[in-house]
Design a protein around this ligand. Structure first.
Ligand code: HEM
Length: 387
């Protein structure tokens, strides 16, 4: 175990709101061992920005980790050339040009279709009735899993993530997670003959064209479903919540003094949808003045980094005019999110502007609870508008 100072958390309070603890850690023990999580946490932005690149020490290769067990081997849990080979294979599906020419027009259609469905209703839960199906439909297009229903995409994502975090080994949670992983494999197998007959720029097709095995395709598609469903969902609903709470900042966008991209960047800084990324210590060594032992677990806490007062004045405040460039909600090393450009296009170019255009008088109509520290977002966002 590392010799980092020990910091205890109350897991329930940390799940409800991790930010007070993260602020205390960052200020007084920026690398600390948290017994309740069984890991040492890095909480300062500059430490994470630097140490995440030391892949020989802080390795992503965690063959015994639950995520690898549930989802299969995938690029997020590989280092060096083994990782880069799969990143290169994935690139054509999510490159800036594919986002602009292939995905963006489909994102526009998806958003228009979902808005047409909810507009006459006058009220909804924006998380489940808009953000979730928009994220799922976008993921169907990006992955090529057009044979998977939107609700199944959301359920499979949640089930696999729950099983990957099932350290208590609850058999029911395991059962659902492994069943979802099997379901994804069956749907990939069903799509492959069509995609081989007519290859395209979907994730399944580009990985297959690059020669990845069925297992490798399935592992990567599962991890992308795990990370590519809930995060856009949470970022869409969360940015809407933040703008509705700050009408002056929404007005700045309307007046052209700020952009939807500014709002998206600032929301994912304020509430990083993926709050942390784990690494395994590959050998005994030290970092940030702490000695680590081989095979122990560390967490890079992106959520804490994005509120580091060394980079952001009044970091707990939503302010779309601030400079968000130092923020690292998509990571800061070789595993930098492969879907960042696609997410930005989906959310800032389509999901947000089209929503505010379509729903006049959009307003919050109830409580908006947030939850989570590894993954964080609004649990529900009741809204109403004028019909
Ligand atoms: C707002 C939405 C999203 C956020 C905030 C987000 C955030 C992240 C973060 C923090 C990581 C880990 C980075 C690290 O460890 O350094 C990651 C990895 C990844 N993300 Fe995203 N993500 C989002 C959406 C997506 C989408 C839509 C896709 C694909 C369709 C995607 C695909 C990936 C992949 C493949 C990786 C692993 C990259 C690698 O290991 O090289 N993400 N993402």
């Amino acid at each position: 175990m590392s010799n980092a100072p020990v910091y205890h958390i109350d897991p329930t309070a940390f799940h409800a709101d991790p930010y007070p603890d993260l602020a205390a850690m960052r200020a007084h023990s920026p690398v600390c061992y948290v017994p309740e999580l069984g890991a040492s946490l890095f909480t300062r932005r500059d430490d994470i920005f630097r140490e995440e690149k030391r892949i020989a020490l802080f390795s992503s290769h965690q063959p015994e980790g639950l995520l690898t067990k549930v989802m299969g081997a995938n690029m997020m849990r590989k280092d060096g050339e083994a990782h880069m080979a799969e990143r290169r294979a994935l690139f054509p599906a999510l490159s800036p040009r594919t986002v602009r020419d292939v995905l963006a027009p489909q994102f526009a259609d998806i958003v228009a279709r979902q808005l047409k469905r909810i507009t006459p209703r006058g009220s909804c839960d924006l998380v489940t009735d808009y953000a979730m199906p928009v994220a799922a439909d976008a993921l169907r297009v990006m992955t090529g899993l057009t044979n998977m229903a939107a609700a199944d995409m959301d359920a499979a994502s949640q089930a696999m993530l729950d099983a990957a975090a099932n350290y208590q080994r609850d058999p029911d949670v395991d059962h659902k997670g492994y069943a979802a992983a099997e379901q994804v494999l069956a749907l990939i197998k069903a799509r492959l003959p069509e995609l081989r007959a007519a290859p395209d720029l979907s994730i399944i097709s580009v990985l297959d064209q690059a020669g990845l095995s069925l297992d490798a395709i399935a592992g990567n598609v599962r991890v992308i479903i795990g990370g590519g469903q809930n995060e856009p969902r949470d970022a869409i609903a969360g940015t809407v919540w933040a703008l509705l709470r700050h009408p002056d900042q929404h007005a700045q966008i309307r007046q052209g003094a700020a952009t939807w991209g500014d709002a998206f960047d600032e929301y994912v800084r304020l509430v990083a949808p993926i709050g942390m990324s784990p690494r395994r210590v590959a050998h005994n060594d030290s970092a940030c003045g702490v000695a680590f032992e081989e095979n122990e677990l560390i967490f890079f806490m992106f959520g804490a980094a994005c509120r580091d007062p060394a980079h952001f004045d009044d970091p707990d405040r939503f302010d779309i005019r601030r400079n968000t460039r130092p923020a690292i909600p998509f990571g800061a090393g070789p595993h930098f999110c492969a879907g960042a450009a696609a997410s930005r296009a989906l959310i800032a170019d389509h999901a947000l502007p089209a929503l505010f255009d379509a729903l006049p008088g959009l307003r919050i109509a109830g409580d908006v609870p947030f939850a989570g520290w590894a993954f964080r977002g609004p649990v529900q966002l009741p809204v109403a508008w004028d019909v």
